[in-house]
Design a protein around this ligand. Structure first.
Ligand SMILES: NC(=O)C1=CN([C@@H]2O[C@H](COP(=O)(O)OP(=O)(O)OC[C@H]3O[C@@H](n4cnc5c(N)ncnc54)[C@H](O)[C@@H]3O)[C@@H](O)[C@H]2O)C=CC1
Ligand SMILES: O=C(O)CCC(=O)C(=O)O
Length: 366
């Protein structure tokens, strides 16, 4: 990868390569844009096939966070960390503390949280070295695991999507195919079950699939089949780039709405969904619930306030679909336009110098 060419193309601010020989830490912190505030985004731990793949993942995820915060109305920029390693075998206190020290060295330009492969316990370890971490244990006055709020936001966004795709936001009797029953996917399945939806599920981990079959009456299919299942809504809740050249023509759904980041392998796949008449819920708008929840910590966490903002994803999604219809745009392009417009407006407002300006949210606990 031509790194600086890529950074220039999408206007990234900073990439930090973190290496610590004693703990074995190899990580990349990508900061895309801090116009609206400090970059906040989770920390992913994954067994990447190559270093290039890891760097690109960090970059793509960080840029998504810039737009996610902007579209959600938060005063935060976009960043993300990836740790190269196996989350099952390579975790240690030393590794997360080494990362915490790198995050501390950025002086608040970047704040971390959970992502795939990391959890509240890992964040608590990072917290031993830095306050620039969210989603730590509730005993610190923090918000804990963001996944339930992400799932709630996706559920609310799915209701809005159904309204546009099917003319009703009643999901009773609708069929939703969920790819990935992890922290978010399973909690989403529970909301859908409670709303009377029929579930089709797949995961590479049989335990969560068996549980969904038993507890939620879901029908299980293999990970290879799920994307081609006939359903009303396909919900990608595993990893990114699932809508790609190999999968897109197999979709048999009226809408795509799920939690995974970077669902579209390329922008043109969003255009193709639009041509196919499939309503696409832009990932970074519908999955902002976790971010909204952890961001609330920066003002002193209040669960009711955070939940109200997460539930408002329903309204943001409807505004977005309205904009897309008015402008004749595919929804992913309308989302980019909505997010970029806010960043540009606030950049203009902030161009006036004022002494002692509030530049970042204040964390009210340690
Ligand atoms: N946890 C959160 O609050 C947020 C998560 N997201 C995104 O949502 C997605 C899911 O996140 P989590 O639930 O936290 O992760 P997780 O790691 O708990 O769950 C992912 C699940 O997907 C399964 N999976 C992996 N590959 C699969 C495949 N090929 N087919 C079917 N299942 C597969 C895994 O076995 C696992 O159960 C990720 O893309 C993440 O970046 C986005 C915003 C916030
Ligand atoms: O929900 C989180 O863990 C923090 C935000 C984030 O990293 C994300 O939305 O992808």
């Amino acid at each position: 990868m031509e790194l600086f060419t890529y950074l220039e193309q999408y206007d990234y601010e900073q990439v930090v390569f973190c290496h610590d020989a004693s703990s074995g830490l190899k990580a990349v912190i990508a900061i895309h844009d801090t116009t609206l505030g400090p970059a906040l985004g989770g920390c992913r731990m994954w067994t990447y096939r190559s270093e290039d793949e890891a760097v690109l993942d960090a970059l793509r995820l960080a840029r998504g966070m810039t737009y996610k915060a902007a579209a959600a109305g938060l005063n935060l920029g976009g960043g993300k960390t990836v740790i190269l390693g196996n989350p099952r075998t390579d975790k240690s206190e030393a590794l997360f503390r080494a990362l915490g020290r790198y995050i501390q060295s950025l002086g608040g330009r970047y704040i971390t949280a959970e992502d795939v492969g990391t959890n509240v316990h890992d964040m608590d370890i990072i917290h031993q070295e830095t306050n620039f971490v969210t989603g730590i244990s509730k005993t610190y006055g923090s918000s804990g695991n963001p996944s339930p709020m992400t799932a709630l936001g996706v559920f609310r966004g799915m209701l809005a999507t159904a309204k546009v795709a099917f003319g009703t936001d009643d999901l009773a009797g609708k069929t939703v195919a969920i790819q990935g029953l992890g922290s978010v996917g399973y909690a989403l399945a529970e909301h859908l079950h409670a709303a009377g939806a029929n579930l089709i599920v797949a995961d590479i981990n049989d335990t969560s699939v068996d549980r969904a079959v038993k507890e939620l009456g879901a029908r299980a299919v293999s990970p290879a089949e799920i994307i081609g299942e006939r359903c009303d809504i396909f919900a990608p809740c595993a990893l990114g780039a699932v809508i790609n050249d190999d999968t897109i023509e197999r979709l048999r759904c009226g809408a795509v709405a799920g939690s995974a980041n970077n669902q579209l392998a390329e922008e043109r796949h969003g255009d193709r969904l639009h041509e196919m008449g499939i309503v696409y819920a832009p990932d970074y708008v519908i999955n902002a619930g976790g971010l909204i929840n952890v961001a609330d910590e920066l003002e002193g966490y209040q669960p009711e306030r955070a939940q109200a903002k997460v539930e408002a994803i329903y309204d943001i999604m409807l505004q977005l679909y309205d904009l897309a219809a008015q402008e004749g745009l595919p929804s992913h392009k309308a989302a980019d336009r909505m997010a970029q417009a806010r960043i540009d407006q606030i950049r203009g407002v902030r161009s006036n110098y004022i002494a002692g300006a509030k530049t970042a949210p204040n964390r009210t606990h340690g």
